[in-house]
Design a protein around this ligand. Structure first.
Ligand SMILES: [Zn+2]
Length: 362
């Protein structure tokens, strides 16, 4: 049976890798620009702006992909704007059937008008909490440091993340342009997070090779990897079958290190040519702990249901596979174990039972 978009929207989903500034509604960008006298938008028509973001993001290069963020971040410079974007993100998750989301952002990008980092985090948390109360979507926040910035800033951001650990922040990430900016430059910030017994995910192996994934795990202590697209460089593959694995790939497999796979985004940034050629298929078949993610919904013009559908279509996944991937994602979330178990047993499993009944009845 074909898994339609409408059907996929009804199944409970979990999203671990989604950028707050990459998923703002185009209409909201326009309204916020007006409020804040931000004059740099290329158009004030929502459809045209949506098309502009997509065109800009789909040029096959990560640095070009990142250009659109100038505008989304450009209008996320007040407490009200941050709260609104966070609240609407939760509403959009609800419409898409996402029951748990980890949203991430870099506070340094929202301080252009002088907001303190604390105020930025608090404003986002306010919006998320309000959204959770209204729509019932649970969340965790990941605070990002930027790999091209001074490692001393990363240390401050790591301390900020830990400070908010019981208030909704669940981990620390390193994001941004990968080439030329190895994660190990920021090793002090990561060691601080480790000493605090806190959580780490790192963007690695998207634009840069397996070395970056190795550094993220073995130097920086990453508990999850964002993308990991180029992990297959550590495997000998012939005709879609893995002949042998290097020690890094074997380690990732054996330690069950979760991989935050972003199919469409990887095509848009040029990490892979087509979804069909994405290593996700191999990683899933060889039992890596893969999850499906959106990365930047506005720039890529997608929802998580779209990603589930793309995975089903290109890699022949059935509902059982999607359930497994969703449960994998929830197991890999950074909220406490008890919370994860509750969502798996009270929300995800019953949700998939219902979906299966619905499928049979058709
Ligand atoms: Zn990302």
């Amino acid at each position: 049976m074909k898994l339609t978009k409408n059907f996929l929207r009804t199944i409970p989903k979990v999203l671990l890798h989604d950028h707050l500034d990459g998923g703002v509604r185009a209409q909201t960008v326009i309204e916020l620009a007006k409020d804040q006298h931000y004059k740099k938008l290329p158009t004030s028509d929502a459809d045209e702006l949506t098309a502009w973001f997509r065109r800009g993001a789909q040029r096959g290069s990560l640095p070009l992909f990142l250009e659109g963020f100038e505008h989304t971040c450009g209008v996320m410079q007040t407490e009200e704007a941050l709260e609104r974007v966070a609240y609407e993100m939760i509403e959009d998750m609800h419409s898409d059937g996402v029951v748990y989301v980890e949203t991430r952002f870099a506070p340094v990008f929202h301080a252009q008008k002088g907001l303190a980092h604390h105020t930025i985090v608090k404003s986002v948390l306010r919006g998320l909490e309000r959204g959770k109360k209204k729509f019932g979507v649970e969340y965790g926040v990941l605070i990002c440091a930027m790999r091209n910035m001074n490692p001393a800033i990363s240390q401050d951001i790591a301390e900020l993340a830990v400070e908010f650990r019981n208030l909704g922040v669940v981990g620390f990430d390193l994001a941004g342009e990968e080439g030329g900016y190895p994660p190990k430059k920021h090793v002090d910030a990561f060691h601080y997070i480790q000493r605090e017994n806190f959580n780490i995910t790192i963007h690695a192996g998207e634009a840069f090779g397996k070395e970056s994934i190795w550094q993220a795990i073995q130097w920086c202590g990453a508990h999850r990897i964002g993308h990991a697209t180029r992990l297959t460089e550590d495997m000998r593959i012939k005709d879609g079958e893995v002949l042998s694995m290097g020690t890094l790939a074997q380690y990732v497999l054996d330690k069950r290190i979760p991989l935050e796979i972003c199919l469409t985004s990887n095509v848009h940034t040029g990490a892979v040519k087509t979804i069909a050629e994405h290593p996700f298929g191999i990683l899933y078949r060889y039992k890596f702990r893969v999850t499906l993610n959106t990365d930047d919904r506005l720039m890529s013009g997608i929802t998580l249901s779209d990603e589930y559908q793309a995975a089903a279509e290109h890699f022949g996944l059935k509902l059982d596979d999607l359930e497994k991937i969703t449960i994998n994602a929830m197991k890999s979330a950074f909220v406490p174990y008890k919370e994860r178990i509750r969502i798996i047993y009270d929300v995800l499993k019953p949700g998939f039972v219902k979906a299966r009944e619905h499928q049979k009845a058709k």
